[in-house]
Structures are given as structure tokens and as C-alpha cells.
Design a protein around this ligand. Structure first.
Ligand SMILES: Cc1cc2nc3c(=O)[nH]c(=O)nc-3n(C[C@H](O)[C@H](O)[C@H](O)COP(=O)(O)O)c2cc1C
Length: 239
């Protein structure tokens, strides 16, 4: 965790200078052509291009925010959509705490790495995405007819691995659900996990995984999107 925070502090310093970039080398919402898989037509059943743009091609990670608020109803829609994403055995271990008010967000401030403070505190909503280590207590409800509860209850290593894997996946579903609902998202791993758990999760016993800042981003001055590995670099097809 400490290493991750160091990396993100460096990221923070880099982004501060990036905000001073000239318009010529900025790319507020777009995607470099090499990321867009040119020449490929969309398969039958695909979302239309504008939906794909909103979810992926044009979506960027903001560092600054407009003051436009996010209604609680939108947070409910966000959770409801994300909750439909698949998890193993439907175990659904993710738990979320949404920080909206000034007091709540100020309690988070000391836990943030220095480079993240401004970009996080400016967001209208900050979600703590975590998981319940005792997620298996819900399995009789979530996966009726199969005795998965006792399987996980008897194996701490398996239950921790399952909670972390599926809770992280669910956090990714939240990112995509947020974009689908027209929100921007800044995920954050540069924070002190123990401080966040002590301040916000102690009563529940939930574990903190990462933060998601939610709102309407100000993408002006954002540097061009960093490259991604292409298909040949990152993938193998085995026939
Ligand atoms: C799990 C995770 C943790 C991240 N932590 C931080 C962070 O601590 N600070 C930060 O400024 N950005 C953080 N980011 C944002 C990434 O740097 C950013 O999403 C990535 O570079 C892609 O940027 P793009 O959407 O503009 O292409 C994090 C992203 C993820 C998915």
C-alpha cells in the first residue's frame, strides 16, 4: 500500500504540471486514433458508437470537478446497475460508503496522499469501495439452494481472496455504471487504508479497497491520454 501511495504522489505532481499544458497538446475528452481500433466495424448487437464513446473512447479520468451536485437518486441508480454485474456464486461482497457532506469529506482528508488531496476533495461525492469479509453470511439469500456459506466460513484464505476479487470487480462495474449514467469517475488508491477503515468502516467491519470520486469532471487542460498496450502486446489467441 505504501508503494502505491508513493506512485500516486508522483502521479499527482505530474498531473499538477499537466494542468498547465497548452491547448495544443491537450485532448479533453477524446482518444488517440491508435486506441480506437480503426477500420473495425462493430459486431451485431453492439452498442452504438456514441454509447461506446461515452463508456470508453471519449471517457477520461478527471482531476478537477464542476460544482454540479450528484443527487442521491443517481447514487441509487448507480448501485443498482452495478449490483447486476456478475460475481462468483453471486456472492456480491462489495460494500460502499458515499461521502457527500463537507464534514464527512473533511474526515477523509488526512487519509489522502498529498498529491491526491485537491483532486479528491473537489469531487461532489467520494465513494469508499470496500468489501465485507463476512460476505458469505448473505449467501443463503444470494445463492439459495447451495450451501456455499459453510464452504467460505470454514476457509478464511478462500473467503478473503473471493471478497477481494469480486469486490474489485464490482468496483469496476460501478465505474462503468457511473459513465453510463453520465458521470465522470476518478478512482483513487493513494490513501491510507487503515485510516479510512477506522474513520468510516469500524462499525461494519468492512474493508476499504479504493475510492471513487464521482461527479461531473472539468476535463479542460487534461493531457493527452496515456498509451495503452495494443492487442498484440497484451493478448494471445489460442486456437
Ligand atoms: C485502481 C485505481 C487507482 C488509481 N489511483 C489513483 C490515484 O491515487 N491518484 C490519481 O490521481 N489517479 C489514480 N487513478 C487514475 C488513473 O491514473 C487513471 O484512471 C488512468 O491513468 C487512466 O486515465 P484516462 O482515463 O484519462 O485514460 C487510479 C485508477 C485506478 C483504476
Amino acid at each position: 500500500m505504501a508503494d502505491e501511495r508513493d506512485v500516486q504522489q508522483t502521479d499527482g505532481q505530474g498531473a499538477a504540471s499537466a494542468h498547465e499544458a497548452t491547448p495544443d497538446n491537450t485532448e479533453p475528452g477524446g482518444v488517440a486514433p491508435e486506441h480506437a481500433a480503426p477500420g473495425l466495424s462493430l459486431p451485431d448487437g453492439a452498442l452504438d458508437q456514441s454509447a461506446l464513446d461515452q463508456l470508453f473512447t471519449s471517457a477520461r479520468t478527471p482531476r478537477r470537478w464542476s460544482t454540479r451536485p450528484v443527487a442521491d437518486d443517481v447514487l441509487r441508480q448507480l448501485y443498482t446497475l452495478a449490483s447486476l454485474g456478475p460475481t462468483s456464486g453471486n456472492c456480491s461482497p462489495a460494500r460502499m460508503v458515499f461521502l457527500k457532506g463537507t464534514d464527512a469529506r473533511e474526515r477523509l482528508r488526512p487519509a489522502l496522499s498529498a498529491g491526491n488531496v485537491n483532486r479528491v476533495m473537489g469531487a461532489p461525492v467520494i465513494a469508499i469501495v470496500g468489501h465485507d469479509p463476512l460476505f458469505f453470511e448473505q449467501l443463503p439469500f444470494l445463492c439459495p439452494g447451495e450451501d456455499l456459506r459453510s464452504w467460505f466460513a470454514a476457509d478464511v484464505g478462500l473467503s478473503e481472496e473471493t471478497a477481494f476479487r469480486n469486490g474489485t470487480l464490482q468496483g469496476a462495474y460501478v465505474i462503468m455504471a457511473a459513465r453510463a449514467l453520465g458521470l465522470d469517475v476518478l478512482p483513487i488508491s493513494g490513501f491510507d487504508q487503515s485510516m479510512v477503515e477506522d474513520a468510516f468502516l469500524a462499525e461494519t467491519g468492512w474493508r476499504a479497497n479504493f475510492l471513487l470520486c464521482l461527479g461531473h469532471g472539468d476535463l479542460t487542460g487534461l493531457p493527452a491520454r496515456a498509451p495503452r498496450l495494443d492487442f498484440a502486446q497484451a493478448c494471445r489467441v489460442v486456437d
